[in-house]
Design a protein around this ligand. Structure first.
Ligand code: FES
Length: 124
């Protein structure tokens, strides 16, 4: 029987590079903002309703619009989500999965706050 190598979560965590993205006061409460990191637009969300921060691709995979940072935040059965302003497709802020029952998904990124600065974790 062939053994499958499982990804080591600790090893994966060690490969994350934390990039300073912005200050906490630059993202309004319960809204998003967009930053450019390594040539990629990343949407950062300050979800004060749950006290959490999230980061995802800014590009909506439906029509490839750079818009998700301007989406509406909410939750569906406790799962935080963002709704694209164009056609209202919604995405989980935890997993990036489309919650509108379609195959689309977006990349999510780990976020950490230190003092009043927002850092985004990118894998090398
Ligand atoms: S472009 Fe986002 S839902 Fe259509």
């Amino acid at each position: 029987m062939e053994e499958k190598e499982m990804p080591n979560p600790i090893e994966q965590l060690q490969k994350v590079s934390w990039i300073k993205a912005c200050t906490t006061d630059s993202i309004p409460e319960n809204e998003g903002g967009c930053v450019m990191i390594k040539g990629k637009q990343i949407a950062i969300f300050n979800f004060t309703k749950t006290g959490e921060w999230f980061a995802t691709d800014n590009q909506c995979p439906h029509k490839m619009q750079m818009i998700l940072s301007r989406g509406m935040l909410g939750d569906q059965a406790g799962e935080p989500k963002v709704a694209c302003p164009y056609h209202k497709k919604t995405f989980s802020l935890n997993t990036g999965e489309c919650m509108s029952g379609e195959e689309y998904s977006i990349q999510t990124y780990p976020v950490k706050i230190e003092k009043n600065e927002v850092f985004i974790g990118l894998r090398d």
